[in-house]
Design a protein around this ligand. Structure first.
Ligand code: WTA
Length: 651
């Protein structure tokens, strides 16, 4: 048994819902009962909370592994997230409260949001964007990111948001894979006081993106127009956002979309070198994120909901934009780093805007812990009433710290397990109903069927195993863009007929889930998914590298850090400069988030006799552990040499 597992097993603390919270909560035990009685009726009831242009004929058509939810139904996502709030009391309510890293602030009421989305939609149409066309979005965390997504949804264009921290090359690959015709970017974005020159990266990407016809550039920097250091505009191709929108009509008809029409593509790392374009559609996705937002975060009209994820990840899609806005909520959005200019920035924001629900990642919580409780203690966090966690397993100590120092021992914590592929939250406590245990995501959301299986696919009642989903759910991915064979192979072949999530988990005597993390070659670095193969491809792309193997090593703050074992080609020396050069090379190919922490040079890599690199062994070496069984190695001497090298480096 791993030490991680035994620590979790000994976790005895329990936090039942308080009667006060339970009394006012949206969620009830009846919700679970209803879903158990009739799963499809439960989801249909959730779908009916949305505004449909045309009713659906069937709730679910399932020909494994392809699902069609609410088939025959028509709706528009932007109309659901904006228009329907304009006729009543929410018309003048803050939809988005935003703060930039330098301290600039903006508030959009639902009415204003509607105007901006309308203008952006009209402008995109003016550039020739049609229903089904793909639009790439490469922006910092500014309101324009949400506006651009909603504008695409309004006219039926498919957005593909690329995280602003990705490199030019990563952007190029994603644009080309989806053949995007328009790119929306900005002259820059603020991070730790400096400006990330997104337009410059975009220009670098666009040297080889034949499908792009137009580029729309948000002027983020004051006086940014005309500042050629950040944005050189190419005549005919590039347009300033503010100029286009100034001339565009604020009204633009919402395109009636079939429930199964594509809403967005979002690229995520898998076990091969090439990221997968995860495809999400309209009716089921919105149903799933709207329902989970309402019940998991217990959202009320008075709440200020702050999900700290970047729009470039699925959490930003589902719980900054679509879920909360479908519920008519007030969303808090912040552009920059949590420690800029000081380590209390988050708490300053919570106090200033009266944030009531905070949803963040364990990696951030561990950083806050390390920085010390004096930072939150300086601010009034008494408006907070619910806390959430997502992205990686949360260790019980971080959970308890979060509860005590941020939640004042009064806020329930929802630890939510889900993935880019699932679209919305899958395993989570419902606040007010479910007793929580620190470190456990507790039980599946109503209407979700999760099972634990062993390597043969046999269902286990409890113990350790793999997490599979046994029934289709509304927010599920529909395919991988342009590669349905890979969709079947990746998710549905390991345990035929069931969706394999790639995560290991444990189910305890109470039926509670403890997610242990990825069991495939996907790393989770500070809550970001990175494929080991992706990093390996980037490394072998360097002219000096003959071979590379990448593993994750345990890291106090980031959860996992990247360690790379590299064999150089003859004639290249293993120097400190080479190490820096390789780290830089990976950052340039993928983005700073993929920069390896450690690079070990080695004349050989440990391989099995059939030539497979033994990653488990490398992990043991990288983490400085005693080595396990090496009898299957083709050349056992390799390990001894590697270990010597590792130990020499450590000292
Ligand atoms: C991990 C993020 C433990 C998991 C929404 C999953 C978690 C991967 C949790 C998906 C959690 C996410 N507890 N692990 N509460 N939430 N994960 O696609 O390994 O960026 O497979 O989606 O993050 O990452 P993704």
């Amino acid at each position: 048994m791993s030490s991680q597992l035994s620590t979790l097993l000994s976790e005895q603390r329990r936090f039942p819902p308080t009667p006060e919270f339970a009394e006012g909560a949206h969620a009830t035990q009846a919700l679970y009962d209803e879903a158990v009685r009739d799963r499809l009726a439960f989801w249909a009831e959730q779908a009916r909370t949305l505004t449909w242009i045309h009713p659906w004929q069937s709730v679910l058509e399932w020909t494994a592994p392809h699902a069609r939810w609410f088939s025959g139904g028509q709706l528009n996502v932007a109309a659901n997230c904006v228009d329907r709030h304009l006729s009543g009391a929410r018309r003048n309510k803050a939809a988005i409260i935003w703060e930039g890293e330098p301290g600039d602030r903006r508030v959009y009421t639902y009415w204003e949001l509607g105007q901006e989305v309308g203008r952006c939609a009209s402008a995109l149409k003016g550039l020739g964007v049609q229903k089904g066309d793909r639009v790439a979005i490469y922006l910092p965390m500014i309101p324009e990111a949400a506006i651009a997504m909603l504008a695409c949804a309004r006219i039926g264009a498919v957005h593909s948001v690329v995280f602003g921290g990705f490199s030019a090359e990563a952007l190029r690959d994603r644009i080309n894979d989806a053949e995007c015709t328009v790119l929306i970017t900005a002259d820059g974005g603020y991070r730790r006081g400096s400006v990330l020159p997104l337009k410059r990266f975009a220009d670098e990407a666009l040297t080889d993106c034949p499908s792009i016809r137009h580029v729309v550039v948000v002027r983020r920097r004051p006086g940014g127009e005309g500042d050629e250091a950040f944005a050189t505009m190419r005549e005919g191709r590039d347009h300033w956002w503010h100029r286009l929108l100034e001339q565009a009509a604020p009204t633009c008809p919402a395109e009636p979309m079939d429930a199964e029409d594509m809403l967005f593509i979002l690229y995520t790392s898998g076990t091969t070198g090439k990221p997968k374009g995860i495809v999400h559609t309209t009716g089921g996705y919105l149903t799933h994120v709207a329902a989970t937002t309402k019940y998991v975060f217990d959202l009320k009209d008075e709440d200020v909901f702050w999900c700290t994820a970047d729009i470039g990840w699925v959490t930003g899609h589902s719980y900054v934009v679509y879920g909360p806005l479908a519920n008519g909520a007030t969303v808090m959005m912040y552009e920059g780093a949590p420690d800029w200019p000081e380590r209390d920035r988050f708490w300053k924001i919570c106090a200033r805007y009266g944030v009531t629900v905070l949803y963040t990642a364990p990696t951030a919580i561990r950083a806050f812990m390390k920085w010390g409780p004096e930072h939150p203690a300086r601010h009034d966090l008494s408006q907070l009433r619910l806390l959430g966690s997502v992205g990686e397993p949360i260790n019980p100590e971080a959970w308890i710290w979060y509860r005590e120092h941020i939640g004042g021992n009064r806020c329930p914590i929802v630890d939510t397990w889900w993935q880019t592929e699932t679209g919305g939250i899958m395993i989570t406590p419902l606040p007010g109903v479910v007793t929580t245990k620190p470190g456990s995501a507790t039980i599946p959301f109503p209407g979700i069927s999760a099972k634990l299986v062993d390597v043969h696919g046999t269902v286990l009642e409890k113990g350790g195993g793999f997490l599979v989903l046994t029934e289709p759910w509304p927010g599920m991915l529909r395919t991988i863009y342009g590669d349905d064979a890979r969709y079947r192979e990746t998710y549905w072949s390991r345990f035929p007929g069931r969706y394999f999530a790639g995560d290991g988990a444990k189910v305890d005597d109470d039926g509670y889930w403890w997610i242990l993390g990825r069991v495939d070659d996907v790393l989770n670095v500070a809550g970001h998914r990175i494929g080991t193969m992706e990093v390996e491809s980037a490394l072998v792309d360097h002219p000096a590298v003959a071979e590379a193997a990448v593993v994750g090593k345990a890291h106090d703050l980031k959860g996992q850090a990247i360690a790379a074992f590299v064999t150089l080609k003859d004639g290249h020396a293993a120097t400190a400069e080479m190490r820096d050069d390789l780290k830089e090379h990976v950052a340039k190919k993928i983005g700073a988030i993929a920069r390896p922490d450690d690079i070990f040079f080695s004349a050989d890599l440990p391989k099995t006799r059939s030539g497979k690199i033994m990653r488990r062994l490398l992990r043991d070496i990288a983490e400085g552990r005693a080595l396990g069984d090496t009898t299957t190695l083709a050349d056992p001497g390799v390990v001894a040499r590697l270990r010597e090298m590792y130990e020499a480096e450590e000292s």
